[in-house]
Structures are given as C-alpha cells and as structure tokens.
Design a protein around this ligand. Structure first.
Ligand SMILES: NC(=O)C1=CN([C@@H]2O[C@H](COP(=O)(O)OP(=O)(O)OC[C@H]3O[C@@H](n4cnc5c(N)ncnc54)[C@H](OP(=O)(O)O)[C@@H]3O)[C@@H](O)[C@H]2O)C=CC1
Ligand SMILES: O=C(O)[C@@H]1CCC=N1
Length: 266
C-alpha cells in the first residue's frame, strides 16, 4: 500500500487523526485533507503544512489510505462521490459512528478493504484510544491502520459486532468525564468555593485519579476503598451517589449510546 493519506472531512476527529499521522511519521507532503469551508482549510494548511481541497475526488486519486471523517449522515453521498476515483489498492478507514461495513461495501468497488475505527477526542493530544475492525482487510492493511492511529494514542482490535459498544464506552466516554468534571466543579460552587478554584480542584482530581489508576495498575474498586474511611466523609458521599442512582445511570447511558449507534447504522 502506498503511504499517501487522504483525510476526507478533517473536522474534530479527522484533524486529530491527521495530526497523529504526522507524529507517527507521515510526511506532510503525503497528506491531503478535505473540508468544506476555506477558514478550516486555511487552519489545516497553516498548522500542518498539508495540502487541502474541497474536492474529494481529487483527494482520493493516488491515495493508499482514505480516511472517512464526515458525519454519518454525510457518508453515503461522500462514498458515491469517490467510488469511481478511488485507487483499486486503497484501504478505506472510517470513523463514522454506527454505519456497518455493509454500508461501505454496497457503495465502493468490489473488494475494497474497509477498516472501521472508533477513536475518541483525547486523540487530539495523543492520549486517545481507538478500536479497529477490518472487513475484507489483510493483516498488512490492519497493521497500516494501526500505525496510522498510534500517533493518537493506544490502538486495540475488536470484532465489528462490538464496535457500537466500544463507541458507547470510549467513543462517547470523554463526554461522561467532562460531565462529571462540570458537576463536581458546580458542587464546589454550591459549597461556596470560587468557580476558578472549584474547576481546578475538579480537573486536577480527575487527572490525578486517572493517572493513579493507570500507573498503579490497581483495580478501581481497590483504589476507591483506599479513599473511603470507615464511617468517614467519602462513605457518606458515595451513599448519596448510590441513592441518586448514578451507577444505574451510567449503565443506562452506555446502553442508550449503543442503541443510538445501532439506529444510525439503520
Ligand atoms: N467527535 C467524537 O468524539 C467522535 C466522532 N466520531 C465520528 O467522527 C465523525 C466526524 O465527527 P466530528 O469530527 O465530531 O465532526 P466534525 O463536524 O467536526 O467534522 C466533520 C468535517 O467534515 C467536513 N465535511 C462535511 N462534509 C464534507 C464533504 N462532503 N467533503 C469534505 N468535507 C466535509 C466538515 O467540513 P467543514 O468544517 O468545512 O464544514 C467538517 O470539518 C463522525 O462520523 C462521528 O461519528 C467517532 C468517534 C468519536
Ligand atoms: O456522539 C457521536 O455520535 C460521536 C460518536 C462517538 C462520539 N461522538
């Protein structure tokens, strides 16, 4: 497979993958990005020195890797646009939530390898996690796609049937964490702290707790026990969370996200 990379729809996620590709060793001269608006194109050219165009057909000509980064509702029209121009050797990588590989197979030339990827927004700082599943892709294709995402963080392989569950946990997961950060900061404000101090306490606590989980390798339950003194303050707080059904809400939230991804896939 040749190294030329076309990022079709370099928005939040496409831009993060593009930046990751450059840090994984792609030459900027081997990357072309498409967007609709000139302001965004200018930003991409200035920040990454990559070529930009609004012409998806021109972008895919000669590209060995074609990343589909548009919203799920826009994928069908994009595939119809590029189907006749795509290189017969090209691997199509898509980050669109929910759409099954059959959706791509119906619209692309027979035999085009498709790799579905579920990244998350910490990819923008190289701290993401991406699950990939290849359909009609060789081991070499999958390794190339793994390499593409290494600049954005960790990469794991998954079965396609599990990708909507992955999306519900790690794809949407950053939003749950930001929700908790916002709620914790507002709780501090309720207790009389300034907004600035409350926000710093919340953000640094999430960061420190995440690093502790990662670096200690201990199970979250054990780490929670270490914070929770018998008869103490944390036990009182955790009871309030349980009374509020927070754990059950996380289970319901993940199921809702998975179900919505199933719906998007039709
Ligand atoms: N955000 C997330 O956390 C995650 C998103 N995803 C998936 O990533 C995909 C993109 O999401 P996100 O990055 O948030 O969305 P964005 O809206 O930020 O990005 C979409 C980009 O596509 C461009 N675009 C739209 N139509 C075309 C077209 N026809 N030709 C070329 N470019 C086009 C837009 O250009 P312009 O800016 O000029 O309008 C925009 O930059 C979605 O399919 C989503 O399901 C997957 C996992 C996580
Ligand atoms: O909300 C969405 O649809 C996308 C997919 C996962 C994260 N964001």
């Amino acid at each position: 497979m040749n190294q030329r990379l076309a990022v079709l729809g370099a928005g939040n996620m496409g831009e993060a993958v593009l930046a990751g590709a450059l840090s994984a060793g792609w030459a900027a001269s081997d990357v072309v990005a498409t967007v609709r608006t000139e302001a965004k194109a200018q930003h991409l050219r200035k920040t990454y020195q990559v070529a930009t165009t609004s012409d998806n057909v021109a972008a895919v000509r000669g590209a060995g890797l074609v990343l589909v980064g548009v919203k799920p509702k826009d994928v069908g029209a994009l595939l119809d646009e590029i189907a006749t121009a795509i290189d017969p050797e090209a691997v199509v990588v898509t980050v669109a939530a929910g759409l099954p590989s059959s959706f791509y197979k119906q619209r692309l030339p027979a035999g085009t390898p498709v790799v579905r990827a579920v990244p998350n927004t910490p990819a923008a700082i190289g701290a993401g996690i991406t699950a990939i599943a290849g359909i009609g892709a060789t081991e070499a294709d999958l390794e190339a796609v793994e390499h593409l995402f290494t600049g954005t963080g960790a990469v794991v392989r998954a079965a396609e049937k599990d990708l909507n569950a992955v999306s519900a946990i790690s794809g949407s997961g950053p939003a749950y964490v930001f929700y908790v950060a916002d709620a914790l900061a507002e709780a501090g404000v309720l207790l009389g702290l300034t907004r600035d101090v409350a926000r710093r306490l919340a953000v640094q606590t999430l960061l420190g707790a995440s690093r502790l989980m990662d670096e200690s390798g201990e199970h979250p339950v054990l780490l929670r026990e270490k914070v929770t003194s018998p008869g103490g303050t944390t036990a009182a707080a955790l009871r309030a969370l349980d009374d509020g059904g927070v754990r059950a809400s996380f289970l319901a939230a993940a199921a809702a996200a998975r179900d919505r991804a199933d719906e998007l896939g039709g």
